[in-house]
Ligand binder design. Structure first.
Ligand SMILES: Cc1ncc(COP(=O)(O)O)c(C=O)c1O
Ligand SMILES: N[C@@H](CCOP(=O)(O)O)C(=O)O
Length: 461
């Protein structure tokens, strides 16, 4: 399996290289040259298997010779052993034809654990073979950062720096990032919003002297391995509801477009997905783009679903790459226009995108009302991101069962949940003392040079 860049000018890599590389050297994102298709019989055979067994079958075709089958099975087993639910990703019924896929039973209570726990295992195994030491720099609106800290803290051959927007993550998310005591992980609270943090991380990748000097790696969804690990739960959930004999639909609370892009890959692999619905909060660039064809930034507004406060959706580039017939030069030109504010998507590309994705937007008031109503009607306590998904899913119900992805545990966002329901959700007992743990964080400016100097200084210690 070979991986190519969405901008067409970077070296073609194998799986292990793409995982350790993160952003392609031409600024693009790696995608598989060919997406493997599973037969109906192969998908049927997943019925009744454990999450781990489905994970092996879905991901194995992408790995080439990176790991032996036995090694890979071992890494998968370790990755999901720390999840608190035996099913890993349980389905809960919300209505006659509407299901919730709970993706928040991992160690940091968000869907990011599904990929991050596995990437942590795979990167460690790859580094053990080469003896290399790497510097991971990630940007987060709250959940990727905490999941990465959990996956990489204490590792001898990794330094991890997480940039989060100061004052724009929940208190629980902040403490998950600032309280790990291990010396190899650093929480950096940056002035600005998530888009600024993500832009600085990409700048670091595009500065080759810095990138090569610190052996930079990425664990945001720019890393193909992150997306791949998220493809698995689409198969797991769909098969549980009767696929491949029966089609299903998914609604995905969306910010950086990684999670829904994983659903798109599942569909390309042969999973019968009728609708893939993008659900945005008030930071609705993707919904506007789907409705108008204009992908234009209009600034990030802080919301009660802060993890989705994103206006530059990194992985949309991967979808555009396919929509533009895999024309790297066209994608490069669009991304240059994006730096100046935005671009218009061609009619042909819009046709492909609209065939593949539906979309909807959920306001702040609708988010709160959905949390209140879902609890009253079903007993399910939704986090505000999952509530955005549920609201938009309800507007898109059809013949196929709808599965909404519940992307975080409500206790990560207790203020929003309390204001909707009057009840404050509790953290699991293992995290009950989170706010009593000492915090360690560095305030940093939105300044590439200053960030690079700090990272160089810390890794030299
Ligand atoms: C809780 C939560 N829900 C939804 C999203 C959106 O996912 P994606 O960025 O993959 O679109 C994120 C972060 O990205 C998140 O942390
Ligand atoms: N919501 C995310 C934003 C970063 O997304 P990623 O999937 O590209 O890592 C977060 O919680 O950090």
């Amino acid at each position: 399996m070979r991986y190519i860049s969405t901008r067409g000018q970077a070296p073609v890599l194998n799986f292990s290289e793409a995982m350790m590389t993160g952003l392609a050297r031409d600024g693009g994102l790696y995608v598989p040259e060919v997406v493997p298709v599973l037969s109906k019989a192969e998908i049927s055979a997943m019925a009744g298997l454990s999450y781990e067994d489905v994970a092996f079958r879905v991901m194995r075709p992408y790995l080439g010779s990176t790991f032996t089958d036995a090694e890979f099975k071992g890494l998968i087993a370790k990755a999901y052993a720390g999840f608190s639910h035996a099913a890993r990703a349980p389905l809960v019924q919300l209505g006659p034809n509407h299901f919730l896929l709970e993706l928040f039973h991992g160690p940091t209570l968000a869907f990011k654990d599904f990929a991050m726990q596995l990437i942590g295992q795979m990167m460690q195994a790859a580094l053990a073979k080469t003896g290399d030491r790497i510097t991971i720099v990630g940007a987060t609106s709250g959940d990727t950062g905490s999941a990465a800290m959990e996956a990489f803290r204490g590792l001898a051959n990794v330094d991890l720096f997480i940039l989060y927007p100061h004052g724009r993550v929940s208190d629980v998310q902040r403490c998950q990032m600032t309280t790990p005591a291990e010396a190899n992980v650093y929480a950096l609270a940056m002035d600005g919003d998530f888009d600024n943090c993500q832009a600085r991380v990409k700048d670091m990748f595009n500065d080759f002297a810095f990138r090569d000097g610190v052996r930079l790696a990425g664990v945001n969804s720019i890393n193909w391995a992150r997306v791949l690990a998220q493809v698995v739960y689409y198969f797991y959930a769909a098969v549980a509801l009767g696929a491949p004999e029966r089609s299903v639909s998914f609604t995905v609370p969306t910010g950086n477009f990684g999670d829904i892009f994983a659903g798109y890959i599942a569909r390309k692999m042969g999973l019968p997905i009728e609708q893939l619905v993008i659900a945005t909060n008030q930071n609705d660039i993707l919904n506007r783009a789907m409705k108008t064809g204009d992908y234009v930034q209009n600034g990030v507004t802080a919301s009660i679903s802060p993890s989705m406060d994103i206006q530059v959706s990194s992985n949309f580039e991967r979808a555009l790459f396919d929509a533009y017939g895999r024309d790297g030069a066209a994608i490069s030109a669009l991304m240059d226009e994006l730096k100046a504010g935005g671009f218009h998507i061609s009619q042909g590309a819009m046709g492909m995108l609209r065939e593949t994705f539906a979309s909807g937007r959920c306001s702040e008031a609708e988010t709160l009302a959905t949390i209140t109503r879902a609890f009253a009607e079903t007993g399910e306590v939704l986090c505000p991101h999952s509530a955005v998904g549920v609201k938009v899913a309800e507007e898109n119900l059809g013949a196929a069962p709808m599965i909404t992805l519940a992307t975080a545990h409500p206790a990560k966002f207790p203020d929003a949940v309390e204001s909707a329901m009057g009840v404050r959700p509790n953290l699991p007992p293992r995290m009950a003392d989170l706010f009593d743990r000492p915090e360690r964080v560095t305030r940093v400016p939105n300044d590439l040079g200053a960030l690079q100097a700090l990272i160089r200084e810390r890794i030299a210690r």
